[in-house]
Design a protein around this ligand. Sequence first.
Ligand SMILES: [Zn+2]
Length: 168
Amino acid sequence: MADVDRAAWRRRSALRVVPPARPRKLAKVPFVELADGRLQGVVSSGSDIERVYVSSVTSGSHAYHCSTNNNRPCGGLRGAPCKHLHALADEAVLQYGIDRVARYLRVEVEAGVDTGTGLLRRLDARHEPTPAAVVFSRFLRHLAYLELPGSTAPLPELHWFPATGTAR
Ligand SMILES: [Zn+2]
């Protein structure tokens, strides 16, 4: 695609596209953001390619939740953050850096803590259901912005989708 088109797309986009601090695993966590007072995002199911989880941790209160995009509660939540929340936190640290994520969630981390899992361990966390719909619709909007005009190059952001899901 011509640079001119690319620049135009950037200007039109209402979402800022920030290059990650370190490369992320998009297939596992296709969407992560610090927004609406939450660390939130979408995590692929490890076992079922057609299922995704919406996971979030609220800033300040450290209330966490994980459910499918249809609001079915995650079976991995048993008094502690599930593996999806761990994956989300790890990817958030790759995307934004540990300092920014810790500041946003308002959690103290000592020097040497450099993973999302380490960060989750320092939360005074409790489970509190939050609706998945808002996060999931932000994710779909995010995907829409990735549909760059005139490009036939494969988008790594879409690789996690089953082949039948987006080839419309
Ligand atoms: Zn989960």
